[in-house]
Design a protein around this ligand. Structure first.
Ligand code: MN
Length: 205
């Protein structure tokens, strides 16, 4: 996968590059947040590592906020120098998925990269949810829109609702009656002689 690492410390960058090379990943890197923002759309990274203190005029958390504001859902791991407890909250509030403290713990970083790669390659759990939620949204939309116009709605709904109810109700009933008749018919026919057109096939006579 493609990893974007925004980092102004070359030692940390070379460490991640070695880790990424082991896993066969590509690394794109910038030392300032402005470049990362400008290039983000064309870079299209699968995972972002974001140093909090950067070389340019904006912090890493500023970059994260702007990316989230633009609607990007890309997983972002904040990388920060001070392991203060409040740092984690600041990073999560800015829109980061998780947080890692310097000096970079190699084993933890390798595990993090592998976890996000596995998540990237296993998307089928997310897909069924939108399909089931879409009909629910559509049915909700109609009553809400009708309620907004109270006077007009009182005239319109009596015309629409009876038609819809009859159509939806008639179809299942028609099928059920036909099936019920077919099922009961053979049981009645042997008992009642007046059904002459169907009964001649009866071999009992
Ligand atoms: Mn830094």
């Amino acid at each position: 996968m493609k990893i974007l690492y925004v980092e102004d410390n070359p030692a940390n960058l070379s460490l991640l590059q070695r880790i990424a090379r082991m896993g066969g990943h590509i690394v794109v890197s910038y030392t300032d947040g402005e470049s990362a923002l400008t290039q983000f759309e064309s870079d299209k990274p699968d995972l972002v590592l974001m140093d909090v203190q950067l070389a340019g005029g904006i912090t890493g958390l500023d970059v994260v906020r702007m990316l989230r504001a633009r609607g990007y859902k890309t997983p972002i791991i904040a990388v920060t120098a001070y392991a203060m407890t409040g740092d984690r909250d600041r990073c999560i509030e800015a829109g980061c998925d998780t947080y890692i403290a310097k000096p970079l713990p190699v084993a933890e970083l390798v595990e993090l990269v592998q976890r996000y790669e596995a998540r990237l390659n296993a998307p089928p759990v997310i897909q069924p949810l939108p399909s089931t939620s879409t009909p629910t949204v559509e049915t909700k939309t109609a009553p809400v829109a009708a309620n907004s116009e109270v006077e007009v709605q009182a005239v319109v709904t009596p015309f629409i609702e009876p038609v819809l109810e009859k159509e939806t109700a008639a179809k299942p009933e028609a099928h059920e009656e036909t099936k019920a008749e077919r099922l009961t018919a053979p049981m009645i026919k042997p008992m009642t002689p007046p059904d002459s057109p169907a009964s001649p096939a009866a071999p009992l006579r």
